[in-house]
Write a protein of this length. Structure first.
Length: 278
């Protein structure tokens, strides 16, 4: 169900780009905006692991430093059918975790020092399995594609604003559009694109929960982990860059996720309910 939802949302985002792009920039403007967004987001995608790990001050740990953690990650990776990812630790007392990397061959899993102290092995397996599910399902790639389309729409809106400000017009062979409609598109399209991008993120979290439960074989372990992590993060939010908050298994800034259209994560209650019904 959520896979179908992701496909429909991606199709909607593409359609929005085509319609809004034609209204704001014409064929030439669409091409420029798409190439610009593609270039910037490809760089971010290709270097996603380095950027995310540096932004969150994660340090790689060897087998000698963390033998139990390596054994846990390695065992779950084998069950998931993906290569062993690199293992990192974030020095933070608040329990949380994230995964990054452009593909399963260049992936990393990071956990906080707090999660290693708070969760027992069986519950921790649920968290790591969720993160490995993101790697297995190539969610970094899917998120990057969505970011390209949403970014292109934002660039188009900016280009259109500058064009109107300096009295420029559409340079292609179409008739000039309705300026009121164009202004409305400039205001609404970027917001709509962001909302669709956030909806895609939420749908991927549901899929990662389901896949993670299959990998570890105990949906209740992941459900228990989500409940504990949400409570801890609500009491003691992490000191992280807001741009990286969506990567974590639970929102590190406020605990759980803000319910509604502007959230990167689904409501925690809904995630736990789905897992407990598996």
């Amino acid at each position: 169900m959520n896979t179908t939802k992701t496909l429909l949302l991606m199709a909607a985002l593409t359609a929005l780009f085509m319609i809004a792009g034609q209204a704001m920039g014409g064929r030439q403007g669409m091409t420029i905006a798409l190439l610009l967004a593609l270039g910037l987001n490809f760089f971010a995608y290709w270097n996603s692991d380095k950027m995310a790990l540096a932004m969150n001050r994660a340090r790689e740990v060897s087998v000698a430093e963390a033998p139990d953690l390596h054994a846990l990650v390695g065992g779950l990776a084998a069950r998931a059918g993906i290569p062993m990812p690199r293992v990192y630790v974030v020095d933070d007392p608040t329990p949380n975790a994230f995964a990054t990397g452009r593909n399963p061959e260049h992936a990393a899993v990071a956990v906080t020092t707090g999660i290693l102290q708070v969760l027992d092995r069986y519950v921790l397996e649920g968290v790591v399995a969720h993160e490995l599910a993101h790697i297995k399902n190539r969610d970094i790639l899917i998120g990057s594609i969505a970011a390209v389309m949403a970014g292109a729409i934002s660039y188009l809106a900016t280009m259109a604003q500058w064009s109107m400000l300096f009295g420029g017009g559409r340079s292609d062979d179409e008739e000039g559009g309705n300026p009121v409609a164009m202004l409305a598109t400039m205001l609404v399209a970027p917001l709509a694109a962001s909302l669709i991008q956030l909806a895609i993120s939420r749908s991927r979290e549901y899929i990662a929960d389901a896949t993670g439960a299959e990998i570890c074989g105990r949906p209740q372990s992941l459900a228990s982990a989500l409940n504990k992590l949400a409570n801890y993060n609500a009491q003691r939010p992490m000191d992280v860059n807001p741009a990286s908050a969506q990567m974590y298994i639970v929102n590190p800034l406020s605990g759980g996720s803000i319910a509604g259209l502007f959230s990167t994560h689904p409501p925690m209650e809904a995630r736990i309910r789905r897992l407990m019904s598996m």
